[in-house]
Design a protein around this ligand. Sequence first.
Ligand code: GLN
Ligand code: ZN
Length: 757
Amino acid sequence: MNISVIGYPRIGNLRELKFACEKYFRQEISQEELEQTAKTIRLNNLLLQKNSGIDFIPSNDFSYYDGILDTAFLLNAVPERYTSLGLSELDTYFSAARGYQGEKGDVKALAMKKWYNTNYHYMVPEISDNTEIRLTGTKPFSLYQEAKNSGIQTKPVIIGAYTFLKLAKYTGKKSAVDFLDDTAKAYAELLQKFSTSGAEWVQFDEPSLVMDMTKEEISLFVSLYEKILSHKGNLNVLLQTYFGDVRDCYQELCALPVDGIGLDFLEGKQTLSLIQKNGFPEGKFLFAGLVNGKNIWRNHYAETVAELSELAAYTNHLVLSTSCSLLHVPCTVKNESHLDENVKKHFAYAEEKLTELSELKQILQAEHPTETELFLKNVALHQEPKENRNDAVRTLISHLTEKDFQRQPEFSERETIQKKRFHLPIFPTTTIGSFPQTAEVKSARKAFRNGELSEQDYENFIKEKIAECIALQEEIGLDVLVHGEFERNDMVEYFGECLDGYIFTEKAWVQSYGTRCVKPPVIWGDISRAKPMTVKWSVYAQSLTEKPVKGMLTGPVTILNWSFPREDISLKESAFQIALAIREEVLALEENGIKIIQIDEAALREKLPLRKADWKEDYLNWAIPAFRYVHSGVKPETQIHTHMCYSEFADIIQEIDDMDADVITFEASRSDLSILDVLKENHFRTETGPGVYDIHSPRIPSTEEIQAVIDKMITRVPIEKLWINPDCGLKTRNFQETIPSLKNLVSAAEQARKNFS
Ligand code: GLN
Ligand code: ZN
């Protein structure tokens, strides 16, 4: 049996690509230097996989920013506003990724969206009626060649035609079907090119096939592939899916003249039963995704071996694969020097997953797989007790009743009480929480961690930053202030460190978007609040000003979604345990005089099942109650805010209102403000601050630009419910961008007030 990897992390073991790109953006290194770093990472990854005996090694899984954006460039689907800037090829690419503001023009970045149910974000390709889809790029070919030149035969990986057309945004009258022929032609040409360059397999990633599909979508998919595959010649094509099962198109998929079908047996609830019911087409390779590409726990060899032997009844062309690209896990456990060996031995990051694949291959080659040493060692590992129970927490959670999830009094009564209490102007201005994390802040935190800075000195330093931040916000004229979050490395990791049951890693970085990486903490056991987490900082910040300062917490669903979860208890159970801990912090903030508390649920939508039929039962029925439980104990006059990133929540708008927060802020500027119509149509009750500018880009929005956004917002949101704020936290920006941006935001709000009084 052969083994396959769908994709490998490209950021580098120590985030080398991130740092090189950022240096390049600051013009500290040349393009050649950046390219050299990229090449080193690619070759390392290839060698690593080769040495682990991986039979199907991916190429073209590398990207400077995002693989979907790469595909848009490959297919000539790049808006003219970028290509006409007259920048180099690479800089044109980065202008679409990050926006561009300089001598040659001023353009915003493409929209960015979450990649299915992960915390990775892709750039949304924009297709207009004038877009001519053609194969214009060369990257997949040169990366294939590069690998080949170093003696490694690879399987080039390309985002599939169907997924590409489904993810694109159509700005004119045309839609995906109108681009069917051109797209199929471009992909067919791509196959021909690979065929001549000596490739044996090409992998088309089609995660969109695991979504709910309409008849039209199924026929779009089938027509695309009938056309594409009619030119494939001797080349083998692997159609790779992940993040779910293909229940809507399994038969059509099997009927296509592809050579391999990649299915996810971990997240695909029905994958196995689809095969049991329908069989698997003879002669085709089944790439069975059984090594988890999303979680960091060691594989259960007993389960994997059992599943593979079951599958062997349906096909004798079985390939063992990761369940999705390893992009979603950190690079290697080797760099975790602080973790206890007893913990570490349960972990497998990307590199260790390669080892698992190769061990499983060896096990399966043995005459009696379940008697091999490798197998038995793995079984023994999983039998070791982990000592991670907290019975007090479990008892509390098991006694919760309906009223623990219901805040009193109801929304409108609270709204009146709070309007009286806070006396804010119309269009109150605020920010989402974090202020720029400057090099100074980061290095102080590092020095504290390394023991080079005493606790007292570190605390004084943070206080100094908080004081500067409060003074700055007063000077800018914001209405509701924040302390700036300087004590936090990350909005989830920070809390993980303050909670019992969590363990945190040192180098477990995972790419979130572009050069941004996150380091999700690991839920090891039952969660409880070990100590106050934010009270000290919030109380200090509030002591410096008459204006309200928001207490700033991360909500249970986001903490859970941005952690590596346990596999031994349910997500619901973990969510409620975290909710209990955050609730204790909310009540402590209130008791200490904090009047407004923001509980971020940036990632609420992230783990929403991809199929609608699973939404409530598998997710919303516990996720929304978990949030409600966090704030149901506060007084009527305490204002609860929440914040969400990316406004793809039109379809769960009711549930979001049901979170029963008093105010919600969210990203809107990158998604065309279309969410506003949804708010209006649904008579959204919660007060809202749809972000008036995009903080993911270094551009400074002008006052006029923000005014225009506000003008649009007030046609959809009742003015007494509208807040004015950026679309997300400012931690990734610098002060040179932040200060003028916020000044423009405040003056736009002031102007709007004049127009309305
Ligand atoms: N309060 C957080 C911040 O401002 C929210 C970040 C987020 O939404 N991702 O950084
Ligand atoms: Zn956000």
